[in-house]
Design a protein around this ligand. Structure first.
Ligand code: DGL
Length: 266
């Protein structure tokens, strides 16, 4: 099916985390119409089986395809690890952008030779992550830290409470003890915790995430296929598989403005 440059781009995550990526896409590509599905009814992906995540990803990708989206962005490291290969197989002609923890740039940036990764259990246990380490870690020691519970708190809009502070501290302390000077935020929910993280770690430690790289990759793929929008659209539509009111309430916190939110019942 041929797709038009004025068609929207479909972006999804298990919840609000992908909004950190959506923000980067919106800044880099202000003309694009964006559709966003937050699969909040099935959060957290990071603690689900790869089979379950793949099934959810196929349902959401089919939905965007039916909406005639010209490209798909998996704004979720866990979903990419579980399902990117199957989605590309199912839709070989559709530009699909996935994301993975920034091991390559972190390995290039570290001076201590020790890099930390905060990510979901699912991402860290995936074959894709193991392959990423084999390919890019080289001599750098990579210390991984799964972070169960963080995503659920961020989903409630909690970015600063004593509860999330204590949980995050318990995940960051082992990385600091190992001498990491670079910490990869390997889950799209975690960039929303940057201000809190900055209070916990020395200024000399770098935080790396891949939201802006994903936006640039999308720009590259759309340019290659001659699909970049040239008329300002700026429309952003949201769907959520949980209560739309909950999502409406959190949008002004994480997305700054209120846009239309519909129910995603699939
Ligand atoms: N935001 C997702 C990621 O980047 C995962 C969140 C979840 O566990 O649902 O991995």
């Amino acid at each position: 099916m041929s797709r038009a440059s004025d068609a929207p781009v479909g972006v999804f995550d298990s919840g609000v985390g992908g909004l950190s990526v959506l923000g980067e896409i919106r800044s880099l590509l202000p003309n694009e119409s964006l559709l966003y599905v937050a699969d909040c009814g099935h959060i957290p992906y990071g603690e689900k089986t790869p089979e379950f995540i793949r099934q959810r990803c196929l349902i959401i990708a089919d939905f965007f395809h039916q909406q005639r989206a010209k490209a798909l962005v998996l704004a979720c490291n866990t979903a990419t690890a579980a399902a990117a290969a199957q989605l590309r197989e199912r839709y070989p002609d559709w530009p699909i952008v996935g994301m993975e923890p920034a091991v390559k740039p972190a390995a290039a940036a570290t001076r201590s030779g020790v890099v930390g990764v905060l990510a979901t259990t699912g991402t860290l246990q995936s074959a894709k992550f193991a392959a990423l380490l084999d390919r890019f870690a080289g001599d750098v020691r990579v210390v991984t830290q799964p972070c169960p519970g963080l995503v659920e708190l961020i989903e409630t809009g909690d970015l600063f409470s004593p509860t999330i502070r204590a949980l995050l501290q318990s995940y960051v302390d082992p990385l600091l003890a190992e001498g990491c000077d670079t910490i990869i935020l390997g889950c799209t929910h975690y960039p929303f915790l940057k201000p809190l993280l900055r209070e916990m770690i020395p200024e000399s430690i770098s935080l790396i995430d891949t939201g802006s790289a994903v936006a640039r990759q999308l720009q590259r793929l759309l340019t290659q296929s001659d699909l970049l929008a040239n008329i300002p659209a700026r429309e952003t539509l949201f769907w959520t598989s949980a209560n739309p009111n909950k999502f409406r309430n959190i949008l002004p916190v994480l997305w700054k403005k209120s846009d239309s939110v519909r129910s995603f019942d699939l």
